[in-house]
Design a protein around this ligand. Structure first.
Ligand SMILES: *Cc1c(COP(=O)(O)O)cnc(C)c1O
Length: 401
């Protein structure tokens, strides 16, 4: 017998849960793309997208997933042979480096492994030793594979201490609308996010924010081609130029709802606080499960270095894979796979999994996932510490209205 029938829950780090309100807004016939209501609706998106990222700068939209955004950013900034410094804390940082390399950019990767955020002392020393070659410092805000969260304000401070003029570019795909992010306050020149994570939309749309400095540095970018060019996408003035073709009509109706939900109904600081509380709920459960069972634990040891959008954790091989399978088939909850976490004695990465808590997620969803995992541990006789659910509910109970 299975208890999986009922509403399934995809608790993976993207695509995230799409709210009914967003689905309903998208459920309609295609609008006129030459004039009428869609044009007005789009005009209302730009200020809200800026508010989401915390910038007064430029924003360009793309029809594409996160991988498309890597190419979008690279083509607008670089020429073949340009040098960049990429700080990696997991598979996604390394993925961006691969794209840059394929595009002909000279990437110097500082790889901090899968359990650490960038060491800012080392980054500062590297930049201080640079003779003006490094054009940009690129990193992930949250690396979705390791759930490492980089201190972006600290990174900017390290760049400033080194008196280095490089651009700062940050992949915010996993974190935008989940983890606190303040583009202008933190001195970020380029940031980008995709629709299917904190923005609660289906995959297929991406957003790039860029400063005037990035615009100026990128003005001579040799890799730029008309489709990817962010200038008309940000400036128009013709409606089709914002998309370089047909607008992503239905996504735009969904995006309108998503931004209203985040910025007006809940409020961005409250959205960040909700993600923080839910992340702590998950961490509390893992701390209890791992008591006396060192096979079980969070991937990132230090709380400030942990994402608030997703948690990567280990159960030991092959128990994470067994538990994922149990949760999906017996309880209707799909957990994320351990991405890029393969080791020599666990080539499939079957000792790792990820619990997503990004976007349209509340306490009953996260506590439900943890309770299901607890049941799975019991059903599969995976040894674990006691008291995880009490610890998790205590975090939720301590949140004041
Ligand atoms: C999801 C993600 C990507 C890739 O996005 P796709 O839509 O799967 O192409 C890149 N970077 C980060 C940090 C992500 O979380």
């Amino acid at each position: 017998m299975t208890l999986a029938h009922g509403r399934p829950y995809l608790a993976i780090p993207g695509p995230s849960v799409v709210p009914d309100r967003i689905q309903n807004a998208m459920h309609r016939t295609a609008p006129n793309i030459y004039d009428g209501e869609l044009i007005g609706l789009v005009g209302s998106l730009w200020p809200d997208l800026r508010a989401l990222a915390g910038t007064a700068g430029n924003v360009a939209c793309y029809i594409g997933n996160g991988h498309a955004l890597w190419e979008a950013v690279d083509t607008n900034l670089f020429s073949r042979g340009d040098k960049v410094l990429l700080l990696a804390s997991g598979l996604f940082g390394l993925g961006w480096a691969n794209v840059l390399t394929a595009q002909g950019v000279a990437v110097e990767v500082m790889d901090f492994g899968r359990h650490a955020t960038p060491d800012l002392v080392r980054v500062e020393a590297r930049l201080a030793a640079d003779d003006g070659q490094i054009k940009a410092v690129l990193t992930t805000h949250v690396d979705t594979a390791s759930s490492a969260r980089t201190d972006i304000a600290g990174l900017r401070a390290a760049m400033d201490r080194a008196r280095h003029p490089a651009l700062l570019g940050v992949d915010c795909i996993a974190s935008m609308g989940c983890d606190e992010f303040r583009m202008d306050d933190w001195g970020v020149d380029i940031a980008f996010a995709a629709s299917q994570k904190g923005l609660m939309l289906p995959p297929g749309m991406g957003f790039v924010w860029f400063s005037e400095k990035a615009r100026a540095v990128g003005a001579t970018a040799g890799l730029r081609t008309p489709y990817w060019d962010w200038t008309p996408r940000a400036d128009g003035p013709e409606f089709w130029q914002y998309w370089h073709g047909t607008a992503p009509t239905h996504h735009l109706y969904g995006l309108r709802e998503a931004l209203s939900m985040i910025l007006r109904d809940e409020g961005l600081p409250n959205v960040w606080a909700r993600h923080e509380a839910l992340a702590r709920t998950v961490w509390a459960a893992f701390d209890a499960w791992g008591q006396g069972h060192p096979r079980i634990g969070l991937n990132m040891a230090e709380p400030p270095a942990r994402a608030r959008a997703v948690t990567a954790a280990r159960f030991g091989a092959p128990d994470a894979a067994r538990l994922r399978h149990w949760c999906e088939t017996q309880a209707g909850v799909t957990l994320g796979i351990g991405l890029g976490m393969a080791t020599e004695d666990d080539p499939q990465g079957s000792g790792f999994l990820r619990v997503a808590h990004m976007g349209h997620v509340n306490a009953h969803m996260t506590l439900g996932v943890l309770a299901v995992m607890q049941a799975g541990l019991q059903a599969l006789a995976i040894p674990h510490g006691a008291g995880a659910l009490e610890a998790a509910t205590a975090v939720v109970a301590a949140v004041r209205a």
